[in-house]
Each structure stands twice: as structure tokens, then as C-alpha cells.
Design a protein. Structure first.
Length: 286
């Protein structure tokens, strides 16, 4: 088993598909990453697409990763510390799933395991087999997504899990479950912060927060803006993703020179015809 670690050659990628994941926007975001920075902060980590894209390119950087979702952070920590046990339980899930996908999926969806490995294994399993592959909970915190339509879902991506595990074992990476304000307390001049919060709805009727597990309302966007300003005053470089909504444009008007409109595809709607391009914002202070 040990030898496998030495054979890992693939680059680590997100191990779950996450609402608002940035994988498709990486080429655009990469153009806006500063050339040099001391430490990297990503306090709305989600699937970590931006972090995984940077981590092997930037040497001598410290990586401060966090998210408020405790199940998600438990998954990162488990992959880092106990990846072999996780892979074994995922392999067992895969065997049972392929015997009878529907009944096994709903059985696991209804289960509520208490052990660390079983909890994380359930999260990854549901993420790989559910409709649209997204983690989403209802107002009671219950995962409520129906079975997906995959013929052959890749439930155990062993190579990637091992690669993620090896990467996260670096002493230069810190992973914490916390609110963004706490995560950004100890930043200083020379650091770089990438902010990818749940987006402000583009209209009062669009309810984006329903699939992001968390009620990140307009008050939180204002709290984020206040933090953006205080980091700016400290000399921290900040890049923020958000929707092209009037409220965000108003809130950040003093950083208007740093607002870039980008084209994005949002793969959230269950009706594929509605997966059309739309514009969103990158806001930076450099
Ligand atoms: C848009 S997603 C980030 C997606 C990520 N960039 C990716 O590529 O997958 C927003 C994340 O913010 C987290 N979140 C919500 N409220 C938060 C808060 N107050 N502090 C920190 N994280 C929060 C959610 O759990 C979610 O993972």
C-alpha cells in the first residue's frame, strides 16, 4: 500500500463537485492572480478549484484554507489523514451501488452515520451519484437531492484522492472550519486573498442561496465588503467573485476600476437548455 503514494503523478483536483465551483472559470481567473504573494487565503473554499490549480505552481507559499461547512472541512481533513480507510469504504459503496443503484442511493441518503470515515464517505458517494452532482441540503440541513442519471459514476477516483491527500499533507497548508472574518484576521501586506462567497441573487426572485447551504444574505455581503476594505487598507491583494447584481455593483462602487465582467456558464439548472452563458464579476484591488 505504502508504495502507491510514491507512484502518484496526477495533479490534484477537486474531489467533489460543488455549487458555484470555479473549474470552468479557471482560465479566466488565472489571468487575474497576482504574480507574487507571501500567503494565499481562500476562506470560501468549497471544492477548492482555484487552490488546486495554484498549489503545484507556487512554491514557498503558505496556504490558509477554510470554509464554514463542517462536513466539507471534515472531508478535507479525512482525505489528508485517513485516505486509505476512506478509499476502502468508498469501494464498498461502489460495489453495493452497482448492484441496485436506486435502492442503495436512497438508503445511504437516508442514513446518518456518526463515524468520521462513514460521514465523509457518504458525502463523497452522494456527491458522485446524485442528480447534477451537487451537495445541497434543505432548510433542515438534510441532503435532499434525487438520484442522478449516471450510467457509470466514478465513485472512487483513487488516483485523485491519493494525490489530494499527498498535497494536503504539506506542512504549509492549514485547513480550518470557520467564518470568513475569523479566517482573515491575521492577514498582512503581501498576502493574497481569493474570495468566492455564495453569490448575491441577481434579482429579488432569484433564490441562489437555496442550494448553497447557508443563509449568506445581503448583510453578509456587507460584512464581506467591510472586510474587503480593511484588507485593502492593510495592503493585502484581494480578488472577489460575485454575481453581476446591482447590489454588489453599488456596494463595491469605490473599487469600480477593479471590476471585470466575465462570461460564465452556470451548470445548476436541471433543465439543460437553461444552462446558458451569463455575466458575472471579478472585483480586485490591484
Ligand atoms: C461559491 S462556494 C465556493 C466554491 C469554490 N470556489 C469552488 O470552486 O468549489 C461558497 C462557499 O462558501 C461557504 N460559506 C458560506 N457562508 C460562509 C461563511 N460565512 N464563511 C465562510 N464560508 C462560508 C459555503 O460553505 C461554500 O462552500
Amino acid at each position: 500500500m505504502k508504495q502507491e503514494y510514491r507512484l502518484i503523478s496526477s495533479t490534484p483536483k477537486p474531489f467533489v463537485k460543488w455549487a458555484g465551483g470555479k473549474r470552468q472559470l479557471l482560465p479566466v481567473i488565472a489571468n487575474h492572480i497576482p504574480q507574487r504573494f507571501e500567503r494565499y487565503f481562500e476562506p470560501f473554499l468549497g471544492g477548492g478549484a482555484v487552490f488546486f490549480n495554484l498549489v503545484l505552481q507556487e512554491k514557498d507559499t503558505k496556504w490558509m484554507l477554510s470554509d464554514l461547512n463542517s462536513d466539507l472541512i471534515l472531508s478535507y481533513v479525512t482525505i489528508r489523514d485517513r485516505v486509505d480507510e476512506l478509499i476502502s469504504t468508498l469501494e464498498a459503496h461502489a460495489v453495493n451501488y452497482f448492484k441496485n443503484p436506486s435502492s442503495y442511493y436512497y438508503k445511504i441518503r437516508e442514513s446518518n452515520p456518526k463515524g468520521q470515515i462513514e460521514k465523509v464517505s457518504r458525502l463523497v458517494f452522494l456527491n458522485k451519484t446524485c442528480f447534477n452532482g451537487l451537495y445541497r441540503v434543505n432548510s433542515k440541513g438534510k441532503f435532499n437531492v434525487p438520484l442522478g442519471k449516471y450510467v457509470n459514476p466514478n465513485i472512487v477516483n483513487k488516483e485523485n484522492l491519493l494525490s489530494v491527500s499527498k498535497t494536503l499533507q504539506s506542512k504549509d497548508i492549514s485547513i480550518k472550519c470557520q467564518d470568513f472574518e475569523a479566517a482573515l484576521k491575521n492577514t498582512s501586506s503581501g498576502d493574497f486573498v481569493y474570495l468566492d462567497p455564495p453569490y448575491q441573487p441577481v434579482s429579488d426572485t432569484a433564490n441562489f442561496t437555496s442550494y448553497t447551504n447557508g443563509n449568506f444574505g445581503y448583510d453578509d455581503q456587507k460584512r464581506l465588503f467591510a472586510k474587503f476594505k480593511s484588507l485593502d487598507r492593510k495592503g493585502v491583494k484581494i480578488l472577489l467573485s460575485n454575481s453581476k447584481s446591482e447590489k454588489i455593483i453599488d456596494l463595491f462602487h469605490e473599487f469600480a476600476d477593479g471590476i471585470v465582467e466575465i462570461n460564465a456558464n452556470r451548470f445548476i439548472n436541471s433543465v439543460s437548455q437553461r444552462r446558458t452563458g451569463h455575466t458575472e464579476l471579478l472585483i480586485k484591488n490591484y
